[in-house]
Ligand binder design. Structure first.
Ligand code: ACO
Length: 329
């Protein structure tokens, strides 16, 4: 490791349209009370019909660049965590680069479910530390409402759309800000607990796949629930132990915003006071790869998280995947 990496800028972009629990009551057999008590969600954002992941991601990236006091041409790599790219190909990273007016550098997408941003942070860290790059644009973006079945009450109440962007830069010696450590992991044995069944090479799109809504999210929620707490806890323990730290050394925890009960259970297992846990699930629901970069941007801009604070971020999702990032802001 020749250099250190740090977070230099953050940004977010959310659709204006709001879908609240009462709107969902009109679509499926559910209630505001059930959704609030079982998930902690009140409303979520829904992308405009004519917008896609790259549109919101570009807006978030512009904000992150502004905070970092960098121009797009200062970026030397773009990595995007998403499971809802604009197209299967080309990558969303290429489209964001086109929108930002930059080219001739590596740009690629990572498919890691909800921890997509955590995975991209992990990769960006290596490229900064080995000296290949100085500034990397990392994006977590998902438009899950575009692949949600609004006839399935088990899933349709959970998801929203958002984009979060982060600029990772080479830290100077005098900087206290650091990307301290990161852990990522995947276990394909649970691939079928959370899957978009059709549209890939296993089951290409056909009249039947559309009629049977196989292009939407299918999930075994309660099985995912149990694995979520364990996998995020294990990942947090891995990065903390590796750095001779425990949760007492951490100022803030930003967990993936999938379900309030999962967040509560994780905080309890980690022995972290809920006052130290950042939560915005009530407003946005589960925005997949965007939950953590959006929450991070909110608390940095509001001044809740300050320069020098130690922040532990952790996520899990389709794969099943999981991971954590430990940073000093
Ligand atoms: N409204 C009313 N009732 C509902 C609803 C709803 N929206 N959804 C499910 N129910 C019913 C079920 O039908 C079931 O009824 P039954 O007992 O008559 O069969 C009952 O509620 C209990 O269902 P469970 O699935 O056991 O409910 P649970 O408490 O597990 O909550 C939930 C369901 C919210 C989905 C929860 O399991 C969860 O959050 N799981 C984790 C999901 C997750 O985080 N996924 C990550 C996806 S991110 C990614 O990578 C794309």
């Amino acid at each position: 490791m020749r250099y250190s990496a740090k977070i230099k800028g953050t940004g977010r972009s959310l659709p204006e349209k709001i879908l609240n629990n009462f709107d969902l009551e009109k679509l499926v057999e559910t209630s505001d009370e059930w959704i609030k008590t079982r998930t902690g969600m009140s409303e979520r954002r829904v992308s405009a019909d004519d917008k896609a992941s790259s549109d919101y991601a570009t807006a978030a990236a512009e904000q992150a660049l502004q905070m970092a006091e960098l121009h797009a041409k200062d970026i030397d790599m773009v990595i995007v965590g998403t499971v809802t790219p604009d197209h299967a190909f080309p990558s969303t990273a290429c489209l964001i680069m086109k929108n930002l007016g930059i080219k001739n550098m590596p740009g690629f997408d990572i498919s890691a479910g909800c921890p997509g941003w955590i995975f991209t942070m992990n990769i960006a860290k290596q490229y900064i530390e080995n000296g290949t790059c100085e500034n990397i644009l990392v994006v977590g973006v998902d438009m899950l409402t575009k692949i949600t079945n609004y006839k399935d009450r088990n899933t349709c109440v959970l998801f929203g759309d958002a984009a979060g962007a982060t600029v990772i830069s080479r830290a100077e010696d005098k900087d206290i800000s650091r990307l301290i450590d990161s852990d990522i992991s995947a276990d394909g044995n649970y691939w079928d607990l959370l899957v978009q069944p059709a549209g890939g090479s296993r089951t290409p799109a056909s009249y039947n796949t559309v009629r049977e809504r196989q292009h939407t999210i299918v999930m075994e929620g309660n099985k995912v629930f149990k694995l979520a707490v364990r996998s995020m806890y294990n990942s947090c323990e891995t990065v903390l132990k590796r750095n001779n730290m425990d949760t007492n050394s951490v100022d803030w925890v930003i967990p993936h915003q999938a379900n309030m009960r999962i967040i509560d259970a994780l905080a309890k297992k980690l022995k972290v006071d809920m006052k130290k846990v950042i939560i915005n699930i009530e407003k946005y629901g589960n925005t997949s790869a965007a939950t953590i970069p959006v929450a991070l941007d909110e608390v940095i801009r509001s001044g809740k998280i300050r320069h020098g604070d130690i922040v532990l971020m952790t996520s899990f999702g389709a794969g099943l995947t999981s991971g954590s990032v430990l940073v000093r802001i």
